[in-house]
Design a protein. Sequence first.
Length: 485
Amino acid sequence: MFTDVNAFIAELDKRGELARIDEPVDPKLEMSALIDKVSKTVGGGPGLLFERPTGFSMPVAANIYGSMSRICLALGVKHLDELAAEIEELTTPPMPRGFMDALKMMPLVSRLTDLMPKTVKDAPCQEVVKMDGGLDELPVLTTWPEDGGPFITLPLVITRDPETGMRNIGTYRMQVYDRRTTGMHWQRHKGGAQHHRVAERMGKRLEVAVALGADPVLQYCATAPVPEGLDELMLAGVLSRRRTELVKCRTIDLEVPAQAQIVLEGYVEPGERRREGPFGDHTGLYSLADDYPVFHLTCMTMRRNPTYVTTVVGRPPMEDYYIGMASERIFLPLIRKTLPEIVDMHFPAAGIFHNFVFISIDKRYPGHARKVMSAVWGLGQLMFSKCVVVVDKDVNVQNEAEVAWIAGTHVDPSRDIQIVTGPVDDLDDAAIAPAFGGKMGVDATRKWAAEGMTKEWPGRLVTTPAAAKKADELWEKISKRGGRS
């Protein structure tokens, strides 16, 4: 595990997974053009470190989580499925059958009770304190030609509910208006937006802290679809196996990650709005301009030699696909607590998280697939799933071509399509109204007689084990001998 992002970047360099660019590159459009090109190469390309951003002395790191190997390294595992097994163990501990079993479980209990963050007095993120600092000191990227301006795209935005004191850490884009103000893109369904609604109802200013370049685990946790009421720092403790260090801000009553590269302290006034956007988004389309709250900077702190860590979103696949894959694996065991019949699930890159969800189930009764669709639309951020495709347990949902084959051969549209309306993602421009529209469920399971299937369901084409073994042996010989057995 890496305590800060500098150590992570150094490890990428050591492993040959970092490309250093030592010639000047402009943060306006030029950097993002290269990041986009690299992220679409096979496997996600290398992480990038721009050592000489045009007009700035601060280096820029991007695409550092943009491959399967790098997101696994960031989260301290060899395979993302290890995370699912770990969450399963923590959320479903075995019942002790005696005193010795109880003793064996004590390390697990200790781990569960020692995940709370701790506050420190001195922190690297406050080595330099700039009360009159400005956002023009940061090499913030303008990523697409029609963007409304430069956008901070990988911040940890920290707020507290003014009534309950519950903390939220989320990743919300911030358009830089000038050296002391930005937009705050709080979509209505997000935790930060709820804190802002409460503050506005009370007529109170909402204090906001923004950490840039946090440690890899916490950076991931800020993007995760954590259930409301669960502190992202607790999830970070579980995944990193250590307590996250925090430090008090200098001008506001919030704590921030001590190991961050840069921290922006400030506030949002109730009732204040400003035009934000357009923004080239992860849909591959521009999010249209709209009015959003305004963040006012009161203080900027940073390390002595900080690195500005950013990401570029756009037409998939990009870096956010690999970050989303981690959520797919981590939250599968939690979803199974409600829906134990789910065998596996997958969010294909082209579906940009909410447009397509593939789910395999252990089908147990007629209409089971429709029950799963309905349940998915009621589970946290899964409510945004525009098209849910449900298949039988013997279908590999990680293989998108296999799902397409099964859906094409198992679905009768007049019988197997379910259309509903409800909340949809704010970025769904095809919706009939803002954040409200239609969703589709596709039952691609084998149909039973009780579901109206009056004829026999055909079997799949699969050779015998003996023939498959012989084919494997022959293919191995052919491969070794250059085409001759």
